[in-house]
Design a protein around this ligand. Structure first.
Ligand code: DD3
Length: 328
């Protein structure tokens, strides 16, 4: 069964800028009746992982008699969850023997369609940046000083037209409003807590929510000062409380952190299940929110001045900037 995870949007969107972040424009434009993958022609397999049970595809789709459009399609087999184990075993009439040897036997079970879900994420139209993002690449560490941020990274971020329309759609309730788990409406110290795209919400083992802050213009960790402590503390405490209420997961079983570099430049905090190795929890990217709060309490300018180390893909334009400046 195909499951659309991105809000369906109209095809004919007038766009000025190109986007990195899968801007879906007006989230409420009409969906059209066509299957979003009708006539998908596979061009390349960008990446695949047998371990993660995922495959990232690049291809073309033809929308309603329009020109071919690039699309990135991400397929992922869903995890098991306890509640569906009994129906899975009871309702799978087909159990094909593959081999039997002593006390060991291997079968192939064919689940009923409703228990055989493949999570399908579609980015369409996809830009070159989207396509490149999922290509497997060598990665390199960069050590960004406060000066490097001012001279290299900030000008680079500002020169890019990263669209974060989808973030504003969430904040303005133009998209995903029915998915909001918690909201503190304070314009300066408030935020929206919502399940991340990556989580299908069917089992708490791989719980993944994001807190998107209400104030605009806080790009990342680098911009944070002691002035943001009330906002950060609200996100930490109210976020934990909301997750305890909704999912019965206590705060000491949550990994709550920010990314540097983030994948979009509007301050957000990740909440993931501690037992789940979500992508992006590596030491070179994740900064625990509780540590961030402590550091800012000790020194309001901590993140403006600190050298931050992170990894960049070989083809990333920011890496080229660092190379040209002789910094790596
Ligand atoms: C994104 C980072 C961005 C591809 C993909 C995801 N959670 C989102 C739009 C709506 C969302 C997210 C960019 C984009 Cl697969 C390119 O993520 C989103 N809605 N992470 C939610 N709830």
């Amino acid at each position: 069964m195909l499951l659309m995870t991105m809000a369906p949007t109209g095809d004919k969107r007038k766009r000025e800028d190109d986007t990195e972040n899968g801007d879906s424009g007006d989230a409420k434009s009409s969906a059209g009746t066509q299957h979003p993958l009708s006539g998908f022609r596979l061009q390349t397999v960008l990446r695949e992982s047998a371990r993660d049970k995922t495959i990232f595809l690049h291809g073309q789709v033809t929308g309603d008699g329009q020109d071919a459009e690039d699309a990135v399609v991400i397929l992922e087999r869903a995890p098991f969850h306890v509640d569906t184990i009994s129906p899975l075993l009871a309702n799978s009439p087909e159990l094909k023997l593959q081999l039997k040897n002593d006390i060991y036997s291997v079968y192939q079970l064919t689940p009923p369609p409703e228990l055989n879900e493949v999570k399908t994420t579609i980015i369409r139209p996809a830009t070159d940046k989207h396509i490149k993002k999922y290509l497997r690449q060598e990665i390199y560490l960069v050590q960004e000083t406060g000066e490097d941020y001012k001279n290299i990274t900030l000008p680079f971020i500002e020169s890019q037209s990263f669209s974060i329309q989808w973030v504003y759609n969430i904040l303005e309730k133009k998209a995903e409003a029915d998915r909001i788990v918690y909201e503190n409406p304070d314009p300066e110290h408030g935020f929206i807590l919502i399940p991340d795209f990556k989580w299908n919400q069917k089992q708490v083992e791989d719980l993944y929510l994001i807190a998107i802050c209400n104030p605009r213009g806080i790009k990342s960790l680098r911009d944070l000062t002691a002035d943001h402590l009330p906002l950060l503390k609200n996100i930490l405490h109210e976020g934990q409380e909301a997750i305890l209420k909704r999912y019965s997961i206590p705060g000491n079983q949550l990994r709550i952190y920010l990314h540097y570099q983030p994948s979009y430049y509007h301050l957000h905090v990740h909440f993931t299940a501690l037992g789940h190795d979500a992508p992006g929890i590596t030491v070179e990217r994740a900064h625990l929110l509780c540590d961030v709060i402590q550091n800012l309490e000790m020194d309001s300018r901590y993140y403006a001045g600190r050298t931050l180390t992170y990894a960049l893909r070989a083809d990333e334009a920011l890496l080229k900037q660092f190379k040209e400046a002789g910094k790596c």
